[in-house]
Ligand binder design. Structure first.
Ligand SMILES: Cc1ncc(COP(=O)(O)O)c(C=O)c1O
Length: 388
């Protein structure tokens, strides 16, 4: 195969993100005067908390517009050191934390740091679609572990063992998960880490939905294993999607190489966003995040009850994030047609399960409760009318 053809084939494996097409079509319909209920969008509907906006403005006024050190400004890394101590009781040194352009920047960096061409990486199916693509972009193989409601949509130890291949180099987990909102319990994380260690595999956990949880607490993998890699972000709990700011935590042995990759891949994350994010750790901001978490919890309670009553099959315990992954078998065997009809005929935007994997994905759609309660109520009313 020629080099050109190999590149073409590699790129052909990168799937489009279908939710973007749904969003675009929803906007077109809105432009014709229709009201659309947006339950497709994977970002909080709240604007960034005021103290963060004010800190961003102050940083601009102070002329803080230059590159920062590649791993980020020391004050923000120190704020995260404190955050891990306060929330998880773990001591992470500043050196191990690198600020990145969103979790997306962190995942790109870690794919380059940890994965070689031909390696296999165990990930769950369904999962956040870009993860699969980050792995493919470094010429490695996503090794999909089919998980369903029975497994709380999270890989169990026997499943990890069953899917491990000769070329497997690591396991990439996400808790809480997008698209399912389910979490890995401490015992499951501990089992996965123990097994990975005994097999010589690296462990990466995407903790981007931490903070947005409806259970008492969610463990960080760092509480259990100092050698694990963590991806996190200011996008979701901290409500800063458009600022493009995240972070990773790497073990000591990887700090130097991670810095070299950061320098090369993006020089530094946005200076403005980093200075603004310092205000995320004030009491005032934390109180705002807590109020928003309560609002998400109320929406989760309302929407999951309404959907179950209508005949969708879903987890009775959405533990975090702002998604419900619902089985639509009672209504359709084709999620893409279902989503198209719901949008075109009933003005409700949803994401088809096929965005998130292969396993029974035609039977699923993702509902995002990232819109106000009155919109959810309108959405439910429209869905009910559609199902009659
Ligand atoms: C599980 C997961 N990881 C990573 C990302 C990327 O987030 P960002 O780059 O905005 O931090 C997302 C975005 O939806 C996500 O759901």
């Amino acid at each position: 195969m020629s080099a050109k053809q190999a590149t073409r084939e590699r790129l052909a494996r990168i799937n489009p993100f279908r939710v973007m097409t749904v969003m675009q079509r929803a906007k077109e319909l809105e432009a014709t005067g229709r009201t659309i209920v947006h339950m497709e969008v994977g970002e909080p509907d709240f604007t960034t908390a005021q103290p963060i906006i004010d800190a961003g403005k102050a940083a601009l006024d102070a002329g803080l517009t230059q590159y920062t050190p590649a791993p980020g400004i020391p004050a923000l890394r120190d704020a995260l050191v404190e955050h891990y101590w306060q929330r998880h009781g773990v001591k992470v040194t500043r050196e191990r934390i690198l600020i990145t352009p969103g979790a997306s920047g962190g995942l790109t960096l870690l794919a380059n740091l940890l994965v070689s061409p031909g390696d296999g990486i165990l990930i769950s199916d369904p999962a956040y679609p870009c993860v699969r693509n980050f792995i493919q972009l470094v010429n490695a193989e996503p090794q999909l572990i089919a998980v369903g409601l029975a497994e709380n949509f999270q890989p169990t130890l026997p499943l990890l063992q069953q899917h491990r291949r000769e070329n497997t180099a690591g396991i990439w987990l996400a808790s809480p998960s997008n698209p399912t909102g389910t979490i890995l319990e401490q015992s499951q994380l501990a089992e996965a880490c123990g097994w990975a260690q005994s097999e010589g595999l690296h462990v990466l956990v995407d903790e981007i939905y931490h903070g947005l949880q409806y259970v008492d607490r969610i463990p960080s993998v760092l509480e259990l294993n100092d050698g694990a890699f963590v991806v996190n972000s200011f996008s979701k709990y901290f409500g800063m999607t458009g600022w493009r700011l995240g972070w990773i935590v790497v073990p000591d042995a990887y700090v130097d190489q991670a810095n070299i990759l950061a320098q090369n891949l993006y020089i530094s994350a946005s200076a403005l966003a980093q200075h603004a994010a310092l205000a995320a750790f004030t009491e005032e901001s934390m109180a705002i995040f807590e109020q928003r978490r309560q609002a998400f919890r109320e929406r989760r309670d309302y929407l999951s009850t309404a959907l179950s009553e209508m005949g969708f099959v879903l987890s009775s315990n959405i533990q975090g994030a702002f998604y419900i992954y619902a089985d639509i078998s009672r209504f359709s065997d084709d999620c893409e047609r279902f989503c198209r009809d719901m949008l075109e005929l009933h003005g409700v935007a949803l994401t088809p399960g096929t965005d998130f994997g292969d396993f029974q994905s035609r039977r699923y759609v993702r509902f995002a409760f990232t819109t106000a309660m009155e919109n959810l109520q309108l959405g439910v009313q429209r869905l009910r009318a559609a199902m009659l």
